[in-house]
Design a protein around this ligand. Structure first.
Ligand code: ADP
Ligand code: MG
Length: 873
C-alpha cells in the first residue's frame, strides 16, 4: 500500500523521529535513506553530507534551535544518487516502509532492507554493462596474502593467493569497486595507500574476527551447501578462504537476503592464463586507452558481441589469454568454423540479439529483486535460446558443440512464463497488469466480478435517469470519494428518497445510494485483492525461476561463449585475418604482421606490414632503433598484440604467424615518452621495470619502449643498457627493445642472442620519408632534426641544433665506451672493427658453451684454453 504521492511528512513528529533514530543507531556508519512516500529523506549530519556530495537542497522543517536539517531524493531517480554516493565512498542504508500503519496507529513500519555500497550495486541502470563490478576482500597473512572477489551482479566468485608484496598489483589487476580489509591493517598506512589509489577501490575495514578461519569455513559451507571446499579445488587452510568467508559475511550484512545465485566459487586459474599486469594492460591499451576511454583499444576492435554477457566475457578473455596450446586450438577451431560458415555465424548472432543480460537478471532473480519486466526478458531470452542450441549441438568444432550442449533453454520454465505473464509487463509488481486470463482461477473470478460491477454501473446511469426523470443525471468517479450520482443543483430536489447527499459543489450535488456503495465496495475490494493476488502469483513465478538459477547461469555462460567466438569470427572474416599456429616452441615468427587497431589508419594511408622473428637462441633480444615517428612503438606493440590475439584463440592480422606460447606478457613505456596512467614519473617507470626484471621467465615476452627516457640522457641510457643486458643474461626471454639511444646498438654486437633492427627511412633531398619498414641492422643517426624541420622549427634553430648535436655525439661515444666496462680495451677495439669482433667473439663463446669440463683431462683443458685465447682478436 503506497501513501499519497508527493507526501513528505513532518520529521519532527516524535514517534516517527524515534523510529528514524532507532534505525540510524543500528547503522551508524551509513547514510540512512528514510522512505517517506515518494522520497527518501536524510536527516541531521546525513542530510548535510548528502547535500554537499549531491548538490541537493538542505532544508529543515522547524525553524529555531530545534530545527532538524533535512534533505531528500525522489524514489524514482534514486539510482543516480546512490551511484554518486557509493563512488564517493559512502555506504547507504535503505530504510523502506515495509507495512502499512498498524491498527489504530498512523505510523508505517519501516526497516533497513539493504545497505548499498560501491561493491554491492546490482541496479542495471547504474552498472557498466560491459565490465564486472567486483567486491573484493584481502587478507595479508605473513609472506602471502589471500584475496577473494565476487561480482554480485553476476554471481562470479573467485579466490587467489599472491605474495603480500604483490597484493596491490593483484588488486589493481582485479580492479574491484570496493575492498574489504581486516581492521588491523588500519595502522599499516603504506599498505592502505598502495591498495587504494585516488579512492578506488573504496576501502572498508572489517573486524579481524570476520576473517577467522572457522567462521569463514562455516559461512562458505552453508552458502554452497557443501561439507568441504575441496570440490571447488580450494585448500581450506588458506588465507584466500578466510577472505572469501569475510566477503560472504559482508554480503549477508548488507544485502539482508539469501543469495542463491552465488552457487560456486572458483580458484583463479593463474597457471592457465598469461599473466598481464596493469602496466602492460595500459601500455598495450587492451581495454582502455590512455585517456580512459574505450576507443582505439584492442577491445574496441574485437568486441562485436551482441549480448551483455558476451561483452564482459570478451573483455575477460583479452585480459587473461591462455597458455595451453591445446585449449587455444580448441577456441580457434570454434572461431574457424564460424569464419567459414557465414550463415551460421549471422544466424547465431541474430538469435543472440534477443537474449537479455541473463547473468545480471539471474542475480536479481536470486536476490528477489527481479521486476515483472525482468521475467518478461527472461521469457524472451528462453524463446531465443533453442535456435542457438540447435545450430551447434552437432558441430564438429568441440567448443561449439559443448556450448550448445550446456545451453539449456529451460522449456518448462519458458512455458510457464508464457502461460502466466502478459505480453507487455510493468516495472513493478504491485499494481497489477501482470497475469494472463485463464492462468489462475481465483484471479479470473475476481476479474469477472469486477467486470460485472463495472457493467452494472455503466447501466446505472440510464436506469437512474429513467427512475428519477432527471435527464442530465450522470454517474462519475472520484479518486478519494469513489462513485457518485451527480445532478445539477437546480434538480437536486427531485432525487429519489434512497439518494444520500455526499458532496455539494458550486453547480452540482453528488449522491450515493446503498446499492451503489455496495457495488463500489465490491469493485474496489476486488481490485485490491486482484492486485494482491497478482503480486503473489508473480512472486511464486520468481521463486520458480530462482530454483532454475544454476541452469540459467550455465546457459548464460554458454551463450556468452558462443557470442564471443562469433564476434572473433566476424572480425577475422571482415578484416582478412589468418589462423595462427600456437605451440610450445620457442619461436615467434610473424610474416607481414599488422597492428590490429592501427591497420585501419584514418586518412587512407596504407599500413605497412612487417615481419618479426624472436626465439630463445640468437634472436632473443631485438634492439629496435630509428628516428622519432618511424614506427618503433607501433611495431613492438603489434607483436605483443598478435601474440596475445593468438593466445586468446583469435585469428591475427598477418599473412602467417607462429607463436611459441608466452607465459607472461610485459610491456612498458618510458615515462618521458608518453604519460603512463596519469603518473608520469621516472619512479613509476623504474618500479614497473623492476617488476619485469623480477617476473620475467624464459617463456615470457617483454616489450620495452624507450625505457630510461624519464631521466637525463646518461643515466637513462646506462639504465636501459643494464636492463636489456640483464634480461638477456638472466631471464633469457624474448625481448623487443625500442630505443632512440644509438649507443645501445653496440650491445647487440657485444652480446650473444641480441640483434639490431631499425625502421627504414629514405632521404629525399632534405626530406625524410618514413617507410615504416623494419630492416636488419642498426640505424646510424637520429632524424630528430629533420622531424623538427618538418614541423616548422625555423632553419637557424635547426642549424644551431645540428652543431650542438655534433658536440653531444662526441660525448656519447665516450659514454658508450665507458658503458662497455668490464672489457674496456676490447670495447674500444670493437667500436673500430665491430663486425670482426662480433663474429670472433661469438665463435669463442660458442666453443666455451660446447665444452664439457667434467669429461676433460687436465691436459686437454689447458690445450683448449690456449686455443680459445688465441682465437680472440
Ligand atoms: P616511434 O615510436 O618510432 O616514434 P610510432 O611507432 O609512434 O613511432 O609511429 C609514429 C606514427 O607512424 C604512427 O602514429 C603511425 O601513424 C605511423 N606508423 C607507424 N607504423 C606504421 C606502419 N607500419 N604503417 C603505416 N604507418 C605507420
Ligand atoms: Mg615511440
Amino acid at each position: 500500500m503506497a501513501s499519497p504521492p508527493g507526501a513528505r511528512s513532518d520529521p519532527s513528529a516524535t514517534p516517527m523521529m524515534q523510529q528514524y533514530l532507532g534505525a540510524k543507531s543500528k547503522h551508524p556508519d551509513t547514510l540512512l535513506f528514510f522512505r517517506m512516500g515518494d522520497f527518501y529523506e536524510l536527516f541531521f549530519d546525513d542530510a548535510k553530507v548528502a547535500s554537499r556530495t549531491l548538490g541537493i537542497a538542505l532544508t529543515s522543517r522547524d525553524k529555531g534551535p530545534d530545527a532538524v536539517p533535512m534533505a531528500g531524493v525522489p524514489v524514482r531517480t534514486v539510482h543516480t544518487y546512490l551511484l554518486r554516493l557509493v563512488r564517493a565512498g559512502h555506504r547507504v542504508a535503505i530504510c523502506e516502509q515495509v507495512a502499512g500503519p498498524a491498527e489504530g496507529r498512523d505510523l508505517f513500519r519501516r526497516e533497513v532492507v539493504r545497505i548499498v555500497t560501491a561493491g554491492t550495486i546490482t541496479e542495471d541502470e547504474i552498472l557498466d554493462r560491459a565490465a564486472p563490478n567486483y567486491l573484493a576482500a584481502a587478507l595479508p597473512d605473513g609472506e602471502s596474502a589471500g584475496i577473494a572477489w565476487v561480482d554480485l551482479s553476476t554471481g562470479r566468485f573467485l579466490v587467489d593467493h599472491v605474495e603480500t608484496e604483490r597484493l596491490s598489483e593483484a588488486v589493481s589487476r582485479i580492479d574491484p569497486a570496493e575492498l574489504l580489509l581486516p581492521e588491523s591493517v588500519r595502522e599499516n598506512e603504506g599498505m592502505r595507500d598502495a591498495l587504494s589509489r585516488e579512492g578506488r577501490p573504496v576501502l572498508a575495514l572489517r573486524p579481524d574476527w570476520e576473517f577467522e578461519r572457522a567462521g569463514s569455513l562455516r559461512t562458505l559451507h552453508e552458502q554452497f551447501g557443501v561439507r568441504t571446499l575441496e570440490g571447488f579445488g580450494l585448500d581450506e587452510g588458506t588465507a584466500g578462504v578466510c577472505a572469501a568467508g569475510a566477503l560472504l559475511r559482508y554480503l549477508a550484512d548488507t544485502q539482508k537476503t539469501a543469495l542463491p545465485h552465488l552457487a560456486r566459487i572458483e580458484r583463479f586459474d593463474r597457471a592457465g592464463a598469461v599473466s598481464i599486469d596493469p602496466a602492460t594492460r595500459a601500455t598495450l591499451e587492451l581495454v582502455e586507452n590512455r585517456r580512459g576511454g574505450r576507443e582505439d583499444t584492442l577491445l574496441s576492435v574485437l568486441d562485436r558481441t551482441v549480448t551483455a554477457m558476451g561483452g564482459r566475457m570478451i573483455r575477460e578473455w583479452i585480459l587473461a589469454p591462455l597458455r595451453d596450446p591445446v585449449a587455444i586450438a580448441e577456441r580457434r577451431a570454434g572461431v574457424r568454423a564460424l569464419v567459414e560458415d557465414r550463415n551460421a555465424r549471422e544466424d547465431l548472432r541474430e538469435a543472440l540479439r534477443a537474449i537479455a543480460d541473463l547473468e545480471r537478471l539471474g542475480a536479481r532473480i536470486g536476490c528477489g529483486r527481479a521486476s515483472p519486466r525482468d521475467l518478461g526478458m527472461l521469457r524472451a531470452s528462453l524463446r531465443a535460446a533453442p535456435a542457438a542450441r540447435e545450430a551447434f549441438v552437432s558441430s564438429p568444432a568441440a567448443i561449439l558443440a559443448r556450448a550448445a550442449e550446456e545451453c539449456d533453454p529451460c522449456a518448462d520454465l519458458r512455458d510457464l512464463l508464457d502461460r502466466a505473464l502478459l505480453d507487455d509487463l510493468p516495472l513493478i509488481a504491485t499494481d497489477g497488469g501482470l497475469i494472463r486470463a485463464g492462468f489462475h482461477e481465483e484471479l479470473d473470478a475476481l476479474r469477472d466480478a469486477r467486470r460485472e460491477g463495472q457493467a452494472w454501473i455503466a447501466a446505472l446511469e440510464r436506469k437512474e435517469v429513467e427512475r428519477s426523470g432527471i435527464a442530465n443525471l450522470r454517474v462519475g468517479f472520484h479518486r478519494v470519494f469513489g462513485y457518485f450520482l451527480e445532478v445539477p443543483r437546480s434538480q437536486a430536489e427531485r432525487v429519489p428518497a434512497d439518494y444520500h447527499r455526499k458532496q455539494t459543489l458550486k453547480s452540482v450535488e453528488r449522491f450515493i445510494t446503498p446499492e451503489l456503495k455496495d457495488v463500489e465496495t465490491k469493485i474496489l475490494r476486488g481490485a485490491d485483492r486482484a492486485k494482491e493476488l497478482e503480486r503473489e502469483i508473480f512472486e511464486d513465478l520468481r521463486t520458480k525461476c530462482a530454483e532454475r538459477l544454476p541452469r540459467l547461469l550455465a546457459t548464460a555462460r554458454a551463450l556468452a561463449r558462443l557470442d564471443v567466438l562469433a564476434s572473433l569470427a566476424a572480425v577475422a572474416a571482415e578484416r582478412g585475418w589468418v589462423a595462427p599456429e600456437v605451440d610450445d616452441g620457442e619461436e615467434i615468427r610473424i610474416a607481414e604482421g599488422r597492428h590490429p587497431v592501427l591497420e585501419r589508419l584514418p586518412g587512407g594511408n596504407p599500413f605497412v606490414p612487417n615481419d618479426a622473428l624472436l626465439d630463445l637462441g640468437t634472436n632473443r633480444l631485438v634492439l629496435l632503433t630509428g628516428p622519432n615517428m618511424a614506427g618503433k612503438s607501433v611495431y613492438i606493440r603489434q607483436i605483443g598484440l598478435i601474440a596475445l590475439l593468438a593466445q586468446i584463440g583469435s585469428f591475427v592480422p598477418a599473412a602467417s604467424a607462429r607463436i611459441g606460447a608466452v607465459d607472461r606478457l610485459f610491456a612498458r613505456i618510458g615515462a618521458g615518452d608518453e604519460i603512463v596512467r596519469g603518473q608520469s614519473t621516472f619512479m613509476v617507470e623504474m618500479v614497473e621495470t623492476a617488476n619485469i626484471l623480477h617476473g620475467a621467465t624464459r617463456r615470457s615476452l617483454v616489450l620495452l619502449d624507450e625505457i630510461g627516457r624519464g631521466t637525463s640522457t646518461f643515466d637513462g641510457m646506462a639504465l636501459a643498457w643494464a636492463i636489456a643486458e640483464h634480461l638477456l643474461r638472466h631471464a633469457g626471454c624474448r625481448t623487443l627493445f625500442a630505443t632512440h639511444y644509438h649507443p645501445l646498438t653496440d650491445l647487440a654486437a657485444e652480446a650473444e642472442g641480441a640483434r639490431n633492427a631499425h625502421l627504414a627511412v629514405r632521404e629525399w633531398g632534405e626530406e625524410v620519408i618514413f617507410l615504416h619498414r623494419v630492416e636488419d641492422g642498426a640505424t646510424d643517426r637520429s632524424y630528430g632534426l629533420h622531424v623538427a624541420r618538418l614541423a616548422g622549427v625555423p632553419r637557424e634553430v635547426v642549424e644551431r641544433a645540428r652543431a650542438i648535436l655534433a658536440d653531444l655525439e662526441r660525448d656519447e661515444e665516450a659514454l658508450s665506451a665507458r658503458l662497455l666496462a668490464g672489457a674496456p680495451k676490447r670495447a674500444r677495439k670493437a667500436a673500430e672493427t665491430p663486425d670482426l669482433f662480433a663474429t670472433r667473439k661469438g665463435e669463442v663463446l660458442e666453443e666455451l658453451r660446447r665444452l664439457d669440463p667434467e669429461n676433460l683431462t687436465p691436459l686437454e683443458a689447458l690445450r683448449r684454453l690456449k686455443e680459445l685465447r688465441d682465437a680472440l682478436p
